[in-house]
Design a protein around this ligand. Structure first.
Ligand SMILES: Nc1ncnc2c1ncn2[C@@H]1O[C@H](COP(=O)(O)OP(=O)(O)O)[C@@H](O)[C@H]1O
Ligand SMILES: [Mg+2]
Length: 499
């Protein structure tokens, strides 16, 4: 056996094995054995643990026949069973040789070799091949060589299997986490939304006050409802108060209720929202818009858990869970004196920030699909959206977040006449906004042109040479292998300071 060739073959094989996933590289490796080493009908069988059989996985031929071996069956089955290499000098004279994989038309003296693929002492497969029989010593050399190759392959298969197993375990784990976190009616797979959902699950078990923050339309209200319905209070009321929508003079009565005759027009007494939310959850939406005088009263409820209806002298104990939401920066409002600091700290027990849609774009196609389904059902239509449209919508910045997206899809479904949404159906403002934002991004990219690594390295080299040569440009140029002119030019270009 030519040793140089064998070495070269090993080198080539390890290169191929290292460069590609093992399932792709194996047939190529077997072909290399054929081409470089003169082996023929190279076959790799691997143990299929489920079937308990040895199955042909790859051959030097393009097609691998569907053949399998039981333990101890034929020569290949014996190598599996005993874990040692075997050589049959003349297959025509070997009754145990089954000719199962290749069904050769045996002519002349053909030798057959088979070696085990071992991982931690266990046989995971068998590598086998034919070779024209020459004299005994060189056949032993070939067997040894084949054994080496089998070792190489076994190592790679093992690494690959380990990697695949780990990947699968990770996928299962992720799926488990995701399905545990999933909340009906809340769509999203981004890490951002998963983090939010994780916090929602955590706080749902408690009665702690939650402050939901985020732009308008990001889903603060759906999340507030989710917290309530995942909590032990789920069967009790969820009462929403929109602090921005109710006029200041009515808000107090709305929240605390009133006794008959408390003010003109109060013909009957009325329960306030706090009382209605007893044992359940009160959702104070747009809390940043609550007028300052009312903030003091809310603070009292949060501290004492009691309310005093207008025109009443009785105080009523309430057991409520408070969730507040705002699209404003409450801290800034506190600084400006528009929001009470003490109320801010009362509310900010568990803050949950819901990121805008443009910061979790991978959720956009998902939401589009979800709303499309929803409105198709609602309007009994079968509208589809072209991929190009989804692409553009995914790049849009969605200032109105999920609400804006939801409205657009509803409009698509209602207005579509031929059942297909195309680019021309997208509102102009959206297309223009996408184009404007992306054009601006491109401009700033070219303007910002940073110095390349090579330039930085050159600058450093020149500085070093200058320092070494006592800042004599001529000497530095000699050190650098440049002309003094070239060095001067670069000193200027890089703004290098000379002492
Ligand atoms: N992740 C989501 N999955 C499905 N629908 C959502 C999601 N987030 C928001 N929505 C929907 O978008 C709309 C606006 O959400 P909402 O909770 O009212 O936002 P916010 O209170 O932050 O302004 C609602 O119709 C809501 O059902
Ligand atoms: Mg809202």
């Amino acid at each position: 056996m030519q040793e140089k060739l064998a070495l070269e073959a090993i080198y080539e094989i390890s290169k191929v094995l290292g460069g590609e996933p093992v399932d792709k590289s194996l047939p190529y490796v077997l072909r290399l054995l054929e081409k470089l080493m003169g082996f023929e009908r190279v076959t790799l069988t691997m143990v299929d643990p489920e079937a308990g059989e040895l199955v042909v996985r790859a051959t030097s031929n393009t097609k691998a026949p569907q053949v399998s071996f039981k333990k101890g069956e034929g020569i290949i089955g014996k190598v599996w069973k005993h874990g040692i290499p075997m050589i049959i000098p003349d297959i025509s004279k070997e009754p145990e040789f089954l000719n199962k994989v290749w069904k050769r038309n045996i002519k002349g003296k053909i030798a057959f070799m088979a070696v085990p693929l071992k991982v931690e002492g266990k046989v995971i497969g068998v590598l086998s091949c034919d070779r024209e029989y020459t004299k005994k010593e060189s056949m032993d050399d070939y067997l040894r060589f084949l054994n080496m190759v089998a070792g190489l392959i076994a190592q790679h298969v093992r690494t690959w299997q380990k990697f695949r197993d780990e990947k699968r375990a990770l996928e299962i784990e992720l799926k488990r986490i995701y399905s545990n976190l999933k909340i009906e009616g809340i769509i999203g797979k981004s890490t951002a939304i998963m983090e939010v959902l994780e916090n929602v699950h955590k706080v749902a078990e408690t009665s702690a006050t939650v402050l939901l923050m985020g732009e308008s339309g990001v889903g603060k209200e759906v999340l507030a409802r989710a917290i309530h319905f995942l909590s032990p209070r789920a069967s009790k009321p969820f009462i929403k108060v929109n602090c921005a929508a109710i006029p200041e003079n009515l808000l107090e009565a709305e929240l605390f209720g009133y006794e008959k005759g408390a003010f003109t027009g109060a013909y009957v007494s009325k329960k306030g929202k706090f009382a209605l939310a007893h044992e359940g959850t009160i959702f104070l939406d747009e809390i940043g818009d609550m007028p300052l005088p009312l903030q003091a009263k809310i603070l009292r409820v949060l501290q004492e858990r009691e309310i005093e209806p207008l025109g009443s002298t009785k105080v009523i104990k309430v057991d409520i869970r408070v969730i507040a939401a705002t699209n404003k920066d409450l801290k800034k409002l506190v600084e400006k004196g528009q929001f009470r600091e003490d109320l801010y700290y009362r509310l900010n027990v568990i803050p949950i920030y819901v990121p805008p849609l443009r910061e979790r774009r991978e959720d956009i196609p998902l939401l589009i699909g979800y709303f499309l389904d929803k409105f198709n059902k609602e309007y009994k239509k079968e509208v589809v959206i072209e991929p190009e449209v989804i692409d553009i919508l995914t790049r849009y910045n969605w200032p109105g977040n999920v609400r804006e997206l939801q409205n657009l899809i509803e409009r698509f479904v209602i207005l579509s006449s031929d059942g297909v949404i195309r680019r021309k159906d997208i509102p102009r403002e959206i297309i223009e906004s996408v184009e404007k934002v992306e054009a601006a991004a491109n401009v700033s990219n070219t303007e910002r042109k940073l110095p390349s690594t090579i330039e930085l390295m050159e600058k450093e080299q020149i500085e070093k040479a200058l320092a070494e040569s006592g800042y004599v440009i001529k000497r530095a140029a000699k050190l650098l292998g440049m002309t003094p002119r070239q060095v001067s030019y670069r000193i200027k270009k890089y703004g290098i300071k000379l002492p």
